[in-house]
Design a binder for this molecule. Structure first.
Ligand code: SF4
Length: 357
């Protein structure tokens, strides 16, 4: 770890990553050296608009201040490391963090949109049985700068590869965003700030396995983000077989929290439902799903499963998937089948596992 030179006989003081400092924290730090307030704005701009990665770049700051910053802070930047391209245009990117850990992000291009799927944690503590990330243990939460770095890195790559920047962001990569909610909020503040990345909140989706407490927090903040609930089975008994989280957050409790979310935000929720062959794709399963979906305004995404090593669940056949979809739409629900993308590079839903690790 980088340290500040200590006075004789005292412990070295660790340097702080300047990219985790909020603007108000910077202002406070500057105050002790009688620096004017506008310096905080200048430093913020260097960090989040101009993408500075060392203090010498901050040429509108006096040399003495740059030296002082250098003494107290370091830059931790998540660097693009491995880039893999799928035959269908999907790109998976491995990011190396300052401590050598790795997370993954994915770019999914279509004719209308370029979506970035990003991670919120290194590994995951929830161990959903069908998910490659769940086979890793949760190592640590990402800080907000590491989340923003993924978006910046993927945006640059999208501009380079497709001549267009990102249009949408989904927190659907490694980890559960609602278990790292404060850092996710701080990241979205930068992503949506007019003077930084200026993305509309409605272009950002938080995808959760259903943490009722976190959803209620989103509701209370009146967040204008989209919410997606990874449901994947429509009864508690069946869901608990594949998702441990259902034991502490049963379906009824999550449904109540989503109703609260809708009451505050008026935003339709997306239900994500992976179709597993002969596990959750019967007519009875569809009818159980309809009961949940009628509780609040929603869209349903039926997702094609991508095999994960060591997992016995399999993708539903096209016939069973089509029949399942038909039952939902015949009952007046808005649903469609989401085709799997990037599975040849293990970039599809549930396949991110930071293989380098
Ligand atoms: S599906 Fe999401 S919450 Fe479940 S193990 Fe995978 S990353 Fe974690």
């Amino acid at each position: 770890m980088d340290t500040v030179n200590p006075p004789a006989n005292s412990m070295p003081v660790p340097k702080i990553n300047i990219r985790t400092m909020a603007r108000e924290d910077l202002a406070q730090w500057l105050e002790q050296y009688n620096e004017p307030h506008f310096r905080a704005k200048q430093i913020f701009e260097w960090l989040w608009i101009k993408g500075a990665d060392h203090f010498d770049m901050m040429t509108n700051l006096p040399q003495s201040l740059r030296a002082r910053l250098e003494e107290s802070f370091v830059f931790h930047i998540a660097e693009v490391d491995i880039v893999q391209k799928s035959q269908d245009g999907t790109i998976k990117v491995g990011f190396t963090l300052h401590d050598g850990r790795t997370v993954e992000g994915v770019i999914i291009p279509t004719s209308k949109r370029i979506t970035a799927c990003i991670s919120s944690q290194v590994g995951c503590s929830l161990h959903c049985s069908f998910c490659a990330t769940g086979q890793l243990k949760r190592d640590r939460n990402l800080d907000f700068s590491e989340i923003v770095d993924q978006v910046r890195g993927l945006n640059e790559l999208a501009l380079d590869q497709f001549g267009r920047g990102l249009t949408n962001i989904v927190f659907m990569g490694m980890g559960e965003p609602l278990l790292n909610l404060e850092e996710v909020f701080r990241a979205t503040e930068i992503l949506t700030a007019e003077e930084a990345m200026n993305m509309a909140s409605r272009r950002i989706t938080l995808s959760t396995v259903g943490i009722a407490r976190g959803i209620r927090k989103l509701a209370k903040r009146g967040s204008k983000f989209n919410l997606a609930w990874s449901l994947h089975a429509a009864t508690n008994a069946k869901r608990a077989q594949i998702m441990d989280i259902n034991k502490s957050n049963p379906i009824e409790e999550v449904v109540d929290s989503i109703k609260e979310f809708y009451a505050h935000t008026k935003r339709k929720v997306t239900l994500e439902y992976i179709l597993f062959q002969k596990f959750n794709d019967s007519e009875e399963d569809a009818r159980n799903l309809i009961k949940i979906a009628k509780e609040f305004p929603c869209f349903i995404n039926l997702i094609e499963y991508n095999s994960v090593k060591g997992v016995s669940l399999e993708r539903s056949t096209p016939t069973r998937s089509r029949r399942f979809l038909e039952i939902l739409t015949d009952n007046g629900l808005e649903a469609h089948i989401r085709r799997s993308r990037g599975h040849d590079i293990d970039a599809a839903c549930g396949q991110l596992a930071g293989k380098k690790q």
